[in-house]
Design a binder for this molecule. Sequence first.
Ligand code: PLP
Length: 364
Amino acid sequence: MPPSEPVELRSDTFTRPTPGMRAAIAAADVGDDMVGEDPTVNALEARMAALLGKDAAVFACSGTQSNQMAVWAQCSSGDELLIEATGHIANYEAGGPAALSGVSVRRIPGDRGRLDVPQADGHIRGGNVHFAPTRLLCVENSTNLGGGATYPLAQLERLSAWARSAGLRVHMDGARLFNACIARGYAASEVVRPVDTVSICFSKGLGCPMGSILAGDAATIDRARRARKLFGGALRQAGIVAAACLYALDHHVERLADDHAHARLFAEGIAGLPGVAIRPDDVETNLVFFEIAPEFGTAADLSAALLERGVKLNPAGGPQRLRACTHLDVGREGVLRAVEAIRDCLARPDASRPSRSPAGTYSH
Ligand SMILES: *Cc1c(COP(=O)(O)O)cnc(C)c1O
């Protein structure tokens, strides 16, 4: 990256297709996917089903769409789902469960976006006319607002066994599943064995322009295909996008380890700075959340001051909290430049208090 280009740490959704990915897109063999005749989509769905050890998979436009398809396919109107309080499905999907499926959401505080049995236990309802029957448990892996944390396999197995023994289905929001796998050295099929359905985003660290997969048992994926049509997400020559996803599976999975190393480098770089609260040991994947002491201004102030220094980094999840996200368009040099920019802002009392504030505090 030339030094003049800003360091983009707002999200891994800002990645742009590489020349190799663009070539794969240009060469894609396509057909009408709505009638199942796009060979590239079919190849991606088959490959993902095999990779995840599930019967079937369906291609979707976005992670939000595949999550909402999973809710629709596994719940009825009037049901309730359980999710950790910071979960994307509960907080960042425009009220989808209620609007699209008539499902209410019960948020349970957990640990950095993760749930375990003691926290979830006691929240299942049903068997009484007053209650919305609990039908689905949603888990996020890796977590987003939870700080990029990942589930140990034993915890997932325990939580899923608990849910299933109460008759619930289990959905994993695996928008960054491959980050979780790389961080813990697990195979994807191993991580998703305890869950019924799993969604994956190709537009985050995998570097694709768009695309998501929902995988699960054949009957549920059939229902999810109907939801996809209902939600306006059944496409025609979608192989144009699926080709990018296949390319990403070949070239952009193992390299996620670099993003994790860069996130760690960033966290360790800012850990000693005045006014910064962070625990570098909590950084497991490509997300780094940190807080700024109020005497150094707000998160929005720091974000705006950094923008003036060519570093893009958003406030996230609170007035003093920010999130940095590493990805394939940020190298070691960019990370070090971001650390120096933060050092510069905090070294000068007024530097992180510009007159204007950036818009928006949501980080995908
Ligand atoms: C990004 C993300 C999604 C999907 O978001 P889209 O904007 O629809 O791609 C879902 N869950 C989590 C945890 C995410 O971080």
